[in-house]
Write a protein that binds this ligand. Structure first.
Ligand SMILES: Nc1ncnc2c1ncn2[C@@H]1O[C@H](COP(=O)(O)OP(=O)(O)OP(=O)(O)O)[C@@H](O)[C@H]1O
Ligand SMILES: Nc1ccn([C@@H]2O[C@H](COP(=O)(O)O)[C@@H](O)[C@H]2O)c(=O)n1
Ligand SMILES: [Mg+2]
Length: 232
């Protein structure tokens, strides 16, 4: 049936087909659609050790979202032996931010592969460059490359004191190359200088849902759950 439709489309004048595809794609862009589905994206932000990963695991257990962690995707890229692996490893160990095109390519691939229409993206956007580049993501839709912009439904911000974040990271014990006091201090500085402005940007648009993340994890999840339960 689909083969028949494609064959029939080939008989139509090319400008007409192109016009039709562009019109559908434009409709999708306006409605935050990906491959005919309305895509819901929630950015999960907060300082290092604020509990983003912990709470995202809770969210996917209770709600129909796919969890994508930008940091996890970058660590997987290092472990895959990719040509960018060494460079990413160095940047992470220095607590700096990886160039946006690398992280966004990994996120794009994961979104397309995920095949779901609801994603929580943890640890992204980490700076203004991440945010701006993601706003003009290129995705393959309708047989051609199109500039499509995906904006988040809202931003979940885990607000936690630096002392508590530092304490948690020093006790995490997962063998991460950036969980040492020197890198932790650098990451906290990068968070204040580069990531907080992104949160402030979304705050100015009324898109931030702030959570007190200093509380014990089960109590934090109660607040998170209330937000997701009340989502449309
Ligand atoms: N509310 C909490 N109270 C106490 N400990 C917590 C809380 N939430 C998470 N933790 C613990 O703190 C550590 C860091 O948590 P988690 O990995 O979820 O943070 P994160 O924000 O994803 O950090 P990163 O940005 O470094 O990936 C983990 O060992 C986790 O078990
Ligand atoms: N958008 C991002 C996200 C992460 N990184 C780098 O990965 C490190 C670990 O990230 P976590 O979210 O797992 O803490 C982070 O410190 C950055 O070096 C990035 O560059 N861009
Ligand atoms: Mg994490």
């Amino acid at each position: 049936m689909r083969g028949g439709l494609v064959a029939s489309a080939r008989l139509l004048p090319r400008p007409l087909v192109r016009w039709f595809l562009q019109r559908r794609a434009q409709q999708d862009i306006n409605e935050n659609m990906l491959g005919g589905k309305k895509v819901k994206i929630i950015f999960v932000l907060g300082g290092p050790g604020s509990g983003k990963g912990t709470q995202c695991s809770n969210i996917v257990e209770h709600f129909d979202f796919i969890h994508l962690s930008a940091g996890e995707l970058l660590r997987a890229e290092i472990n895959s032996g990719s040509e960018n692996g060494t460079m990413i490893d160095t940047i992470i160990t220095e607590g700096k931010i990886v160039p946006s095109e690398i992280t966004i390519k990994l996120l794009q691939e994961a979104i397309i592969k995920g095949g779901n229409d609801k994603y929580i993206i943890d640890g992204f956007p980490r700076n203004e460059e991440n945010r701006v580049v993601f706003e003009s993501v290129t995705l393959v839709t309708y047989f051609q490359l199109l500039e499509i912009s995906i904006s988040p439904e809202f931003v979940l911000f885990f607000d936690c004191s630096e002392e508590e974040m530092e304490r948690r990271l020093l006790g995490r014990n997962q063998g991460r190359s950036d969980d040492n006091i020197e890198t932790i201090r650098k990451r906290l500085k990068v968070f204040v200088e580069s990531s907080l402005p992104v949160i402030e940007y979304y705050e100015s648009k009324g898109m931030v849902k702030k959570i007190d993340a200093t509380k014990p994890a089960p109590e934090v999840f109660e607040d998170v759950k209330a937000i997701f339960t009340h989502m449309a």
